[in-house]
Ligand binder design. Sequence first.
Ligand code: ZN
Length: 146
Amino acid sequence: MDLNTLYRTVIMDNYKNPKNKGLVKSDKYHFVHLNNPSCGDDMNVELYIENGIVKEIHHDGKGCSICCSSASVMSDVLTGKTVEEAKAIILDFYGLVMGNLPEDEDRLGEAIAYMGVKDFPARIKCATLSWKAIEKAIEEVEASGK
Ligand code: ZN
């Protein structure tokens, strides 16, 4: 199996069997909604941070396979990380889809599968939508001092 096939498999697996999908809608979670009009992607995320650790991420949305699968991968990769690590991984992911390999590829986990998105500039927003949403959620939680 070549790398491209492997990456496509990761993306399709996460599209068909998304991890952490479905919102709980309780006050415990910080909620953010973002959309991507250019593709019709619509993404909701919920974030719960405790003692500086990303404890839980949920997502729910509609959109293309790149967008929906990426939300699953994002939730899986960032859960359990410290907030500082999560922010660094988010930046690594933005770099990755633009064609810049991060220094530390390992911490991207399955998110490395989105490396090929750089060849499809119109899909970059699809890949990053859920990551932008969780980045905004982290910023808002930090600003609230919770
Ligand atoms: Zn899309």
